[in-house]
Design a protein around this ligand. Structure first.
Ligand code: A2R
Length: 331
């Protein structure tokens, strides 16, 4: 199957390629917009939910539209207006924990909303390259002998979130193969960086540490399962990978993106505590444990590296220090 890319489109039309980020008000969206908006070869558009706020002074050249992907027909209308060459589809209910409480909402946004995006692209701009962002959670509890996890590893998801992402990926693969669409699917391992909601472990720890530093809380940290090992990548490396995949990825293919190394959550906590220097007692909190947890995730990133040349470059110490700094400015 032939692949299309932002650079192909540029040379074909001699005008800036139009890229659209769907779900741009979230954690990854803001970092992706920073990267795209700095590229003069691109005309950048973005969507957010009507009630979401975005600091548009950060991206003065970006055109922002309100879009709820669960509303049938609205994505198609927007694509007719914008005729994008590349779409990064980030919009999602992205919390694993919340997906257990709000399974129906998770399915409606992630599965039905993504299906609306696929149908709209098929109807309006079938030459558009589209990135669908899935998750390492799709693999479920992979035994140690099968780590690092390859794209060919069996999927056995254990949360409504993971099942929703597995379904989207299967649909997008089907659409790519059935209709010759330029869809690429990503399984993102844990990403971290400034601006992430404290629903996620690194941001949660850093925020608690900063609240303690500022005397807003007792010097006691409540933590979940510290023995779990995760593959953490800085979000700024991740968005560089997404851009390379939009340029060089193969249609109908699935790619892992991660660091290729797993780190115990305990080590992340220790690093954050050492970066803070404040004396803090660590206490397990049963409310922070998941109904079903996955002991280890580490990505095999050979396919992504071979197809795009991508590799992560930001050390975890830098990411953690930047996350702490973010909370020092925002608590
Ligand atoms: O849930 P909110 O209010 O934070 O809004 C999220 C937005 N979103 C939607 N956008 C359009 N139509 C909807 N029906 C809808 N529901 C939610 O998508 C949020 O602004 C954005 C997703 O951003 P985050 O939750 O911050 O996810 P993140 O970390 O940027 O991850 C990007 C993608 C997601 O597909 C994840 O599941 C995957 O990477 O790992």
């Amino acid at each position: 199957m032939e692949s299309t890319s932002a650079s192909t489109v540029l040379s074909e039309f001699g005008t800036p390629a139009t890229v659209l980020v769907i779900g741009a008000a979230g954690f990854v969206g803001r970092h992706l917009l920073s990267s795209l908006a700095a590229d003069p070869a691109l005309s950048v558009c973005a969507t957010k939910l009507a009630f979401e706020t975005m600091d548009l002074t950060l991206f003065p050249s970006v055109r922002v539209y309100d879009l709820d992907i669960t509303e049938n027909g609205t994505t198609e209308k927007l694509l007719e207006e914008l005729r994008p060459d590349v779409i990064y589809h980030l919009a999602a209910q992205s919390s694993v924990a919340l997906s257990f409480q709000k399974a129906e909402l998770t399915m409606r946004i992630n599965v039905l909303g993504s299906l609306h995006v696929m149908e709209a692209v098929r109807a309006v701009c079938p030459n558009c390259a589209v990135l669908f962002i899935g998750s390492a959670e799709q693999y479920g509890p992979v035994p140690p002998e099968l780590q690092p996890v390859k794209e060919t590893t069996h999927l056995a998801p254990v949360s409504p979130y993971a099942i929703s992402k597995m379904t989207v990926e299967a649909m997008a693969t089907l659409y790519a193969k059935s209709y010759g669409l330029h869809f690429r699917m990503i399984r993102a391992f844990n990403h971290i960086g400034p601006g992430q909601l404290p629903l996620f472990v690194v941001s949660d720890f850093a925020r608690q540490i900063v609240r303690i530093e500022k005397g807003l809380e007792e010097p006691v940290m409540r933590v979940g399962n510290l023995s779990a090992r995760r593959d953490f990548t800085d979000v700024r490396d991740i968005v560089r990978g997404y851009r390379l995949l939009a340029e060089k990825g193969r249609d109908g293919e699935v790619y892992n993106i991660g660091s290729g190394h797993s780190v115990p959550i305990q080590a992340v906590l220790d690093l954050l505590l050492s970066l803070s220097g404040t004396s803090i007692e660590v206490v397990p909190d049963p409310a922070k444990f998941r109904p079903v947890d996955v002991p280890e995730f580490v990505a095999d990133i050979t396919k992504l590296r071979e197809d795009t040349g991508w590799q992560p470059i930001i050390p975890i110490e830098t990411s953690l220090s930047d996350v702490l700094e973010y909370w020092r400015l925002n608590v």
